[in-house]
Design a protein around this ligand. Structure first.
Ligand SMILES: [Zn+2]
Length: 437
């Protein structure tokens, strides 16, 4: 029988003491639910409905100020953290960060929470029935200026709440489909058989019908967030509407939160929807005829019900999930904005692209309104099973269309500032960044 020498025993004792101290330190640094490698998340929502009449965004011909509110605008956030790496996803019921407003808002948030640039997705649902953002003291309306300045502190408050609410979570993803979005590039012919593409409805054109839903639940099963991504413009209402509304995507968020309970935050993201409008588009107002369901409510509910169906079918949730992210500003080949022609001497057009993963779910954020074919290509080539493609994210570089549509022309082609080859470069870069995560 072996006997332990006193020296051996001493070393063993020292070894166990070291282990015990180590375990104690680990427990102090990573208390329960913060074990290294455990995913934590928090969610929050704040009201960002303009308090005063404001200039509305999305239609150049609409000059007057807003006249009342149909439904409230909100900003929603989900913050993730794992092993010192963070991911902050903000969805705002706004048109987007035009007029150079993305960078100052991003900088304020990044500075306040000491984030890396790649850790922040600042996104908008592209409602055309919300306020326009401006920091231009000369040309901007004073109410919009005041609104935009106040948005900075409101978003910081929102994220402070989300960070405060953080707890260990489990996540799961589900996929559904919705017919709410329709391709809007309608082919027309004049009496000499010349063809052109106009903004209308092309029911046979490509649309990304996927409804992607991510469930985030605390360990006791309490859901804190249901994030969803769908490719449509939020333009049921057009340039004659003067009431504030989140339109189809905002109404879908409100519906999902109402059904799932008020503690669940349901941020929406506009997928690749540059050429996708809701089935009913640019209507003058909410139709209040007796018995009629106003189209934005009808379509917002239709989309919201699919989100809830998908959410309720997410059976499997899992903990953990590493966070990785990357952010670049691409310099893509440019073309003169507002003209169909391509000019080889055009300077490059910058485009912000951000990618991130939370476990096996990927997010791609693009600072432009890319056409649906581009989002579908990124999803198809992504090495991840589920990839949220989010537009109007961290910038507002206008439309970006695939090369073949430059032959057909149309509004999105004329008004964009990217040369035809830009789309393929974007898709390749985004997919490469996903592979590198
Ligand atoms: Zn748009």
């Amino acid at each position: 029988m072996m006997t332990r020498s006193p020296g051996w025993a001493k070393h063993t004792c020292a070894f166990f003491k070291t282990c015990a101290v180590g375990l104690l330190l680990t427990a102090l640094i990573w208390p329960p639910g913060r074990a290294k490698g455990a995913l934590r998340a928090g969610a929050a929502k704040i009201d960002i409905t303009p308090e005063k009449p404001v200039r509305m965004a999305g239609y150049a011909g609409r000059k007057g100020l807003s006249q009342g509110v149909h439904d409230p605008l909100s900003a929603r956030a989900v913050t993730f953290e794992n092993n010192g790496k963070r991911l902050v996803i903000v969805s705002t019921d706004l048109i987007g960060f035009y007029g150079g407003t993305a960078e100052p808002l991003r900088e304020a948030i990044i500075h306040e929470f000491k984030l890396k640039p790649s850790e922040l997705f600042l996104t908008a649902i592209h409602t055309h029935s919300g306020p326009s953002l401006t920091l231009d003291e000369e040309k901007g309306h004073e109410s919009n200026l005041e609104y935009t300045v106040s948005l900075k502190s409101r978003l910081i408050d929102l994220l402070r709440q989300a960070f405060k609410n953080m707890a260990a979570v489990q996540t799961g993803v589900g996929v559904g489909h919705s017919p709410v979005g329709a391709n809007r590039r309608e082919l027309t012919f004049d009496n000499k058989a010349n063809s052109s593409i106009r903004l209308g409805r092309n029911p046979y054109g490509p649309t990304d019908k996927e409804v992607l839903v991510m469930k985030v639940a605390e360990s006791d099963g309490r859901t804190i967030a249901a994030l969803f991504d769908y490719a449509t413009h939020a333009t049921c209402l057009g340039g004659k509407n003067y009431v504030i509304s989140g339109d189809v995507l905002g109404l879908a968020e409100q519906f999902v939160e109402k059904i799932l309970g008020n503690d669940v935050i349901a941020p929406a993201f506009a997928g690749a929807s540059g050429n996708i409008d809701p089935w009913f588009r640019v209507l003058p107002a909410f139709n209040n005829e007796p018995g009629w369901i106003p189209e934005p409510v009808l379509l917002g509910t239709l989309l919201g019900e699919e989100v809830v169906h998908v959410f309720r079918d997410i059976g499997e949730v899992s903990g953990g999930g590493e966070i990785e992210s990357a952010y670049v500003t691409l310099e893509l080949p440019g073309k003169p904005r507002g003209e169909a022609k391509i000019d080889e001497t055009s300077p490059p057009t910058p485009l912000n692209v951000i990618v991130a993963r939370v476990g096996s779910v990927a997010f791609v954020g693009i600072g432009a309104e890319v056409l649906t074919e581009i989002g579908m290509a990124i999803k198809a080539a992504s090495p991840f099973e589920h990839t949220f493609v989010i537009t109007h994210c961290n910038g507002a570089a206008g439309y970006l269309a695939p090369e073949h549509l430059h032959v057909e022309g149309g509004y999105e082609i004329r008004s964009n500032a990217f040369a035809p080859q830009a789309a393929e470069l974007l898709v390749k870069k985004a997919v490469q960044m996903l592979h590198d995560l």
